[in-house]
Write a protein that binds this ligand. Structure first.
Ligand code: NDP
Length: 314
């Protein structure tokens, strides 16, 4: 296997990784990005992106991903399609990255590995994704203005997103499998006292129903009474957590939710390792915030590399 020495490796080709690649390459860094699938990440699942700043008409997530990719390539970023097998740190503070196509030694790595959202795993969920089943209220809530919406989950995401949806409709129902929310007290209390939201604790979802085109209702289970019943809904928003992909570098400091802890410049607890987008601990996860993370990390990494090399050459 040949050993290569680029300036920086970016792992993950979602928005955060693509933005980091563009900024790093444009700053003159020899930039290599590794992506296991197609570039774009979760963007590829968004049909109509209405809130990306600077565009007065909705964008297709696929198109935007393609534009991000072309832009990064134009500035010289090199794309590799395949997984990373291992990362080791050497005594000089450099990282040895083994991929499917070779071994690379770099002073800095940007982790943009994202988080895998949890799914309910009930009948109808897969069939109606993008047709009433959603995992992003800011993205899809406006399509159901004034309609009847079900929110599933009991953490900060479910409560925060239910509050967002309550501004769009007065018919929001939140179901949670426990008898109290896991969310922070203040957020949970706002949900419980919101006139537009009905909370049903001790409830689970059996199945999501539809007419072949879109969601029409849900089969619910009331744990307290052991009763199953069906109810009409136009949309189901699932917020039952996500599993950040952090296993490539096991020694990084994580928060309680398992997300990588960073400072405002995206530095992690290990020198030369930066984390961006959905894998890091951030309270607001949006396409625009991921793009911003990437830009900040590329800039910070460039400064870090200059310092490391300056020290090395003294
Ligand atoms: P969490 O893991 O905190 O909560 C997930 C919720 O989903 C829990 O209530 C859990 O139930 C429930 N759940 C899990 N699996 C299932 C299932 N199979 N069926 C039904 N319910 C299920 O995830 P969040 O996305 O809410 O939050 C992730 C992180 O992001 C947290 O650290 C959170 O604090 C942070 N965050 C902070 C915000 C803020 O500060 N404004 C906003 C959004 C997120 P149970 O309680 O029974 O385990």
């Amino acid at each position: 296997m040949s050993e290569k020495q680029p300036d920086i490796i970016i792992i993950g080709g979602g928005v955060a990784g693509l933005s980091a690649a563009q900024y790093a390459a444009r700053a003159g860094l020899n930039t290599h990005l590794f992506e296991e699938m197609a570039p774009g990440g979760l963007l590829l699942t968004i049909d109509n992106l209405e809130n990306y700043p600077g565009f007065d008409k909705p964008l297709s997530g696929f198109e935007l991903a393609d534009n991000f990719t072309k832009q990064a390539e134009q500035f010289g970023a090199v794309f590799h399609y395949g997984g990373i097998k291992g990362i080791e740190r050497n005594d000089e503070g450099y990282y040895r990255v083994t991929s499917e196509d070779g071994v690379y030694t770099v002073p800095a790595i940007i982790l943009a590995t994202g988080a895998k959202r949890r799914e309910l795993g009930v009948p109808g969920e897969g069939e109606y994704q993008g047709r009433g089943v959603s995992y992003c209220a800011t993205c899809d809530g406006p399509f159901f203005k004034g309609k009847r919406m079900l929110v599933v989950g009991g953490g900060d995401s479910a409560c925060t997103e239910a509050l967002y949806l309550s501004k769009l409709s007065d018919q929001i129902v939140v179901v949670h499998r426990k008898d109290r929310f896991r969310a922070q007290r203040s957020i949970a209390s706002n949900v419980e006292h919101n006139d537009h939201i009905e909370v049903r604790f001790m409830h689970t979802v059996n199945a999501i129903k539809g007419n072949g085109k879109q969601v029409t209702g849900v089969s619910l289970h009331d744990i307290a009474t052991n009763r199953d019943y069906e109810e009409e809904f136009d949309a189901v928003f699932v917020f039952i957590g996500a599993d950040p992909r952090v296993d490539l570098i096991p020694d990084l400091e994580l928060d309680e939710g398992g997300y990588i802890v960073t400072n405002e410049l995206m530095h992690t607890s290990m020198p030369g390792i930066f984390a961006v987008g959905d894998v890091r601990n951030t309270p607001f996860r949006q396409v625009v915030t991921s793009a911003s993370d990437g830009a900040v990390a590329a800039h910070a990494a460039s400064e870090y590399i200059d310092e490391l090399r300056g020290q090395a050459y003294v």
